[in-house]
Every structure is written in structure tokens, then in C-alpha cells.
Design a protein around this ligand. Structure first.
Ligand SMILES: [Zn+2]
Ligand SMILES: [Zn+2]
Length: 127
């Protein structure tokens, strides 16, 4: 079971359908905490861990890292673009060693981060 951090409780990362599934990986919470401290405003967990049913309902890809507890979608009052820039900056400084992928969804105004597996395209933007 993962542990709370200064600004996040593990329960914030539980499946939002109410099924109780929560296998969120500690690395995801720790990354959210690092981002929260860097950006200086509250960071909201739009989506953390998901059961398969929830994942389908929100249009997640089959076997999404959310279903494995390895991903989170984050947003904040400064907007997702600001959040994305902070994530990129932290990664460049070596402060998010576990981050394997981040994507900014401009229209939905959130940033997905995960530690699923390393990819060639670490950062993607969909304005
Ligand atoms: Zn669920
Ligand atoms: Zn996501």
C-alpha cells in the first residue's frame, strides 16, 4: 500500500467510479508531490488508478497504465500548460527520475504522467 505525501493522500488516486480499486504506485504519488512543490499551487488528481470498467468509460486505451496504478492525470488553477512546462523542467533537472511519459491535453486541460515504461517520445503535446 502506498503512503500519503505532504500534499496528497493515497485515496485521491483511487478509482473514481467508487469501486475502491487503488493499486497506485508510490512513484506516481511522489512525482505528483514533486510537481506540486515546484508549481506552488494545489494540484488536482483528475484520474489516478482505474478499474477496467472505468477505463473503458473514460475512453482509456486497453491496458492503460491507469489500470496498473502507474499513471495519473493532473490539473491545477494555473492551467495544464503551466503544469506541463513545470514537469518538463523538473525532468530536465533530473528531479523526476521515474517519469517515463508526459502528455499535455490542451482541450481537456490536464497533464497525464506515468512511469509505465520508457518511450522514445518522453513528452507530447496535444494543444
Ligand atoms: Zn472503478
Ligand atoms: Zn492519463
Amino acid at each position: 500500500m502506498a503512503k500519503n505525501t505532504k500534499n496528497f493522500s493515497v485515496s485521491e488516486f483511487a478509482c473514481h467510479c467508487g469501486c475502491g480499486k487503488n493499486i497506485i504506485d508510490q512513484r506516481v504519488i511522489n512525482m505528483a508531490q514533486t510537481i506540486r512543490e515546484a508549481i506552488g499551487v494545489p494540484v488536482h488528481v483528475n484520474s489516478g488508478c482505474r478499474c477496467d470498467k472505468r477505463n473503458k468509460a473514460v475512453g482509456g486505451v486497453d491496458g492503460s497504465f491507469h489500470t496498473k496504478g502507474l499513471a495519473a492525470d493532473l490539473s491545477c488553477s494555473l492551467g495544464a500548460k503551466a503544469l506541463f512546462l513545470v514537469v518538463a523542467n523538473l525532468k530536465a533537472k533530473g528531479k523526476l527520475p521515474d517519469l517515463d511519459y508526459a502528455i499535455w491535453y490542451g482541450k481537456k486541460d490536464f497533464v497525464h504522467i506515468d512511469c509505465g515504461k520508457s518511450r522514445n517520445n518522453l513528452f507530447e503535446a496535444k494543444p
